[in-house]
Design a protein around this ligand. Structure first.
Ligand code: LMR
Length: 397
């Protein structure tokens, strides 16, 4: 039976990391997967995280299971970070958070829950979007639709086309939005556009599912949550899948959360009871360590301050790399205008390089970027900038 299968395609992002590892080229550069690197090209453990880890290891007395929905302290700090301390939703009873193994785990729990209870609902994802979105929902049994998002001629959001498509979605469908730092384009709605989106979703009775994986890496921790705040002010119900892989550098700890805002506290508890069944049937209960680190950092004034500084430093370094990338391309004689890259937010730059150019970068120059032309700016350094821009100049000419 099993020998009837042929090879599945490798993952467009993590498969690239596998190929990179096997590449013997000593000058290879991996700008594929969205992982932050410091100026020396290393993915660091944040100081705040290292200190929290020490405290946890010193105090830990058991490895007993967590509850199916995870730790209540974690839920509280997650909600405070999403909505802001003192937000009316906190303590309203209308919002519940379940701890999840990464943002991907949170999306899959949401997908299982939605498919089980709203089998006719489809999910609408942006075109383009993170390479994993479509398969998460498809494999959960949900039909996937796309809405236009990016205008390649202007390197900007095609908001009119996006709204036209969403306006045609039937009531009860699910609209996946990126909370900030859209992956892969780095192009986000403006505050006015978020307000218009909130109005459209309300009028059409559509359910937003916000994928929020880059809080703090765009404009700032609170600034990046403004779109979510606008949705919360307008809509009675929504879901948020959040991740701490990037802003805490906790990639391999798989720390994320699924947060639900319901119209009433009773509805929130009812949904929670069903989410717990999805979790129990999937991975039983969540891993503890990453979430414990986040809770420890966010509950402690000194660690939190240090972490906020570390997020700021990551954000600033990414901004500097954007500027240096654009300037270096110019200096290498590239005539195409890449200045839009400085206006993009978050880890990625959507370069506009085509499939053939991406292939040439990889096979001739040992530079790995994602198929659609997405480059991980957070992986650029002053050292790799020259070879990177030389290679891009060569493929463009
Ligand atoms: C990415 O987009 O590169 C990251 O979100 C990592 C992943 O899991 O794909």
């Amino acid at each position: 039976m099993l020998d009837q299968l042929t090879m599945a395609p490798s993952d467009p992002i993590l498969g690239l990391t596998d190929a990179f590892r096997k590449d013997p080229n000593p000058d290879k550069i991996n700008l594929g997967v969205g992982v932050y690197k410091d100026e020396s090209g290393h993915t660091p453990i944040l100081n705040s995280v290292a200190q929290a880890r020490q405290r946890i290891l010193a105090a830990e007395t058991t490895k007993n299971y967590l509850a199916i929905d995870g730790s209540p302290e974690y839920s509280q700090v997650v909600q405070e970070l999403l909505f802001g301390a003192g937000h009316a939703l906190l303590g309203s009873g209308r919002t519940v958070t379940v701890q999840a193994p990464g943002g991907t785990g949170a999306l899959r729990v949401a997908a299982d829950f939605l498919h089980q209870h709203f089998p006719a609902a489809r999910v609408w994802i942006s075109e383009p979007t993170w390479a994993n979105h479509s398969q998460i929902f498809r494999l959960a049994g949900i039909q996937v639709q796309t809405y236009p998002y990016f205008d390649a001629r202007t390197n900007a959001l095609d908001f009119a086309a996006m709204c036209r498509a969403l306006d045609s979605a039937p009531a009860g469908d699910i609209i996946l939005l990126h909370g900030c730092c859209h992956n892969p384009t780095g192009v986000d709605p403006t505050p006015d556009q978020w307000r218009d989106l909130a109005g459209l979703l309300t009028a059409r009775h559509l359910l937003p599912l916000v994928d929020f994986a880059y809080q703090g890496l765009g404009r700032g921790l609170r600034e990046d949550a403004e779109g979510l705040a606008t949705l919360c002010a307008a809509l009675p119900e929504l879901l948020v899948a959040s991740s701490f892989s990037k802003n805490f550098g906790l990639y391999n700890e798989r720390a994320g959360a699924l947060t639900l805002v319901a119209a009433t506290p009773e509805a929130a508890q009812q949904v929670l009871s069903h989410l717990k069944i999805c979790i129990r049937a999937n991975y039983s209960n969540p891993p503890a360590h990453g979430a414990a680190i986040i809770t420890t950092v966010l509950q402690d004034t000194q660690l939190r301050q240090e972490w906020e500084g570390e997020v700021r430093a990551m954000r600033q370094r990414i901004g500097q790399m954007r500027a240096l990338f654009v300037a270096t391309l110019r200096q290498k004689g590239v005539v195409r205008d890449f200045s839009f890259i400085e206006r993009q937010q978050g880890m990625f730059s959507f370069s506009g390089l085509n499939k053939e150019q991406v292939e040439t970068l990889r096979h001739v120059h040992g530079i790995y970027i994602v198929g659609g032309g997405r480059i991980n700016v957070a992986g650029m350094t002053r050292q790799n900038m020259d070879p990177l821009c030389n290679a891009i100049a060569a493929v463009l000419n």
